[in-house]
Design a protein around this ligand. Structure first.
Ligand code: HEC
Length: 187
């Protein structure tokens, strides 16, 4: 009897010791939870923090201040060169584009007595003077028309605009040759 009595507390103590050794994690579920809180959450926090620190300025919706192109435009060096394949007419704006951009202001309506676009009567006598004469007038100016050269349109583009306008006024001028092709042809 005393033997059993002695044994009981010992077993109890052993069980307690065992409990203490075992710690709070007793089931696989708790292990998963422990791994989660010990590793996954801190790592997630670090990732978010790193992301926050290294993220760029976040512009308002619709703003382009951080667009690669906008940045490049801001930091570009002063004075840029534009490379064009001068032998290709595609590198230049069409006569119609130049007309709309630079000539239509007067020629669309006939302002200042300009021969109106598409008006064969107004263009007829002028067309008879020939393409070179018309081009010369456009480049150097004539009467109330100021010289058209020297703007952002090249002489070739202006020549295209002259052909575009004249041909819509009854002329049958050929499309002018691109500068390099023209100089190659004249050699
Ligand atoms: C500020 C108004 C104005 C603009 C812009 C203008 N023109 Fe004219 N243009 C005139 C006037 C006015 C005349 C008539 C000049 C005259 O016969 O006295 C004219 C005449 C012409 C003629 C006939 C010239 C001749 O010898 O009879 C051509 C070709 C011509 N323009 C081409 C152009 C082209 C190409 C552009 C654009 C690149 C252009 N013009 C832009 C006002 C303008």
């Amino acid at each position: 009897m005393s033997g059993t009595h002695d044994q009981a507390p010992a077993t109890h103590a052993a069980a307690e010791a065992h409990d203490a050794h075992e710690g709070p994690i007793k089931t696989p579920k708790q292990l998963i939870a422990a791994v989660f809180f010990a590793f996954v959450i801190p790592i997630a926090v670090l990732v978010l923090a790193a992301n926050y620190v290294s993220s760029d300025v976040k512009p308002a919706a619709g703003s382009d201040i951080t667009d690669a192109e906008a940045v490049a435009a801001r930091i570009q060096r002063v004075g840029a060169i534009e490379l064009k394949d001068l032998s290709s007419p595609a590198a230049f704006r069409s006569g119609e584009e130049i007309f709309k951009a630079q000539c239509a202001a007067c020629h669309a309506t006939g302002t200042l007595g300009a021969p109106k676009f598409g008006d064969a009567d107004a263009w007829g006598p002028r067309v008879k003077t020939g393409f070179e004469a018309l081009l010369h007038s456009a480049l150097k100016g004539k009467g109330a028309m100021p010289p058209q050269e020297g703007g952002d349109a090249s002489d070739f583009e202006l020549a295209r605009a002259v052909v575009y306008m004249a041909n819509n006024g009854g002329a049958k001028f050929d499309e002018p040759k691109a500068p390099v092709a023209a100089s190659a042809a004249s050699q």
